[in-house]
Design a protein around this ligand. Structure first.
Ligand code: 6GU
Length: 242
């Protein structure tokens, strides 16, 4: 997979791209990320990439010419998915991440200030993504979030153990609690079942804990799932459901 990032401050992404799983997937040639500074395509002598909004008001707008010129270079066949990172976009979810991870070529366009001239959206952008209901100072960090989430689901990015162990239903729940040694720390003990070596009971315990945690912390997630009679019994016993 190839990802081109077009931004005013692309250097924000560099350290994270050179660390951990993101570095590993690139070293293994499963992902190639290229960072581009929009200013390289500025046309006037001041290298300006933004201008005042027609109609007045506060804030600057990213000019259309540099972005159109950049995409002529980065997307000559016009077959890449051009993703504009904006608070107005489709909310990013794991399903969106998995769908985008199947693409061959993504171009991530990062907004700044009040965003891009509307004609960029109309002619060039194919997908708009938001990473949540809050406002960042620019799309760079959102682009990094998206690349990180895509990078870790590319085939071969995680060990086989982990990918083999995510079944479809428990993926929809929050994660269960985790413990490592020592068995007692600061007077706090690890649940006995985890020390029992009884794998069936351990899986059952993890499922129940994930279910309870989801009901307590994210009831909105639980509402989208088909709960079994057994699930409902567990949640009622825990006082997490009427
Ligand atoms: Cl994609 N960009 C900006 N500037 N702010 C955001 C966002 C994106 N997603 C949430 N807030």
């Amino acid at each position: 997979m190839r990802i081109d990032v077009l931004a005013l401050f692309p250097e924000i992404l560099a350290p994270a791209l050179n660390t951990g799983i993101l570095k590993r997937v690139q070293d293994a040639d499963k992902l190639a990320v290229k960072l581009h500074n929009l200013r390289e395509w500025a046309t006037d002598k001041h290298k300006s990439v933004d201008d005042y909004p027609y109609g007045g008001g506060a804030g600057m707008i990213l000019k259309p010419e540099p972005i159109f010129a950049a995409l002529e270079t980065l997307n000559p066949e016009t077959n890449a998915n051009v993703v504009y990172l904006t608070p107005q976009g489709t909310p990013l979810t794991q399903a969106v991440v998995e769908s985008l991870s199947l693409e061959k070529h993504l171009i991530l366009l990062c907004g700044r200030y009040k965003g891009v001239d509307e004609r960029v959206r109309h002619r060039l952008v194919t997908t708009e993504i938001s990473i949540g209901d809050y406002v960042l100072s620019g799309g760079e960090i959102a682009a990094l979030v998206l690349i990180d989430a895509i990078g870790r689901v590319l085939p071969g990015a995680l060990g086989d153990y982990e990918s083999a162990h995510v079944d479809s239903f428990s993926q929809e729940l929050l994660d269960h609690p985790h413990y490592t040694r020592p068995a007692t720390f600061a007077d706090l003990t690890v649940p006995d079942v985890l020390l029992s070596g009884h794998h069936e009971n351990i899986e059952k315990w993890r499922y129940v804990e994930a279910l309870k945690r989801t009901a307590a912390c994210r009831p909105d997630l639980l509402q989208r799932l088909e709960l079994s009679e057994e699930d409902i019994k567990i949640l009622r016993a825990a006082g997490l459901m009427e």
